[in-house]
Design a protein around this ligand. Sequence first.
Ligand code: DQA
Length: 144
Amino acid sequence: MKKILVINGPNLNMLGIREPDLYGKKDYPALCEYISECAVKMGVQVEIYQSNSEGDIVNAIQTAYNTKDGIVINPAAYTHTSVAILDAVKAVGIPTVEVHLTDVSQREEFRKISYVGTACVATFKGLGFEGYKKAMETLVKEDM
Ligand code: DQA
């Protein structure tokens, strides 16, 4: 059974409260439940991690080395700023898929840049929760 680590970055724990017109009214536990249900249906083992801290996200990526087969990451605001998260993904060499709830290519200019995306096998954006499902499906198909 493939083991996938799902990482969610800053402010995603505020789903449901945070800018609901953009991010929807469903809360973070609902997202986790959705991811877990998808994992059961796909027959993969999933661990879900959320942090508001860049260093903790780097640590989470490092712990995936030799323990996980794939990473799904929504680095949230760190997408657009973090070379450290990009380097961590490159360091572990684990197939990684980037997810964004919103379509970051249709928002502010600064959201069009994704550092981590340059090291990812795929990116799903603007699909809401479904992006996580597509990301996990991509990793299941990935030869790893
Ligand atoms: C986000 C998009 C980012 O630009 C933003 O900073 C987030 C969430 C998304 O899921 O759409 O926090 O990653």
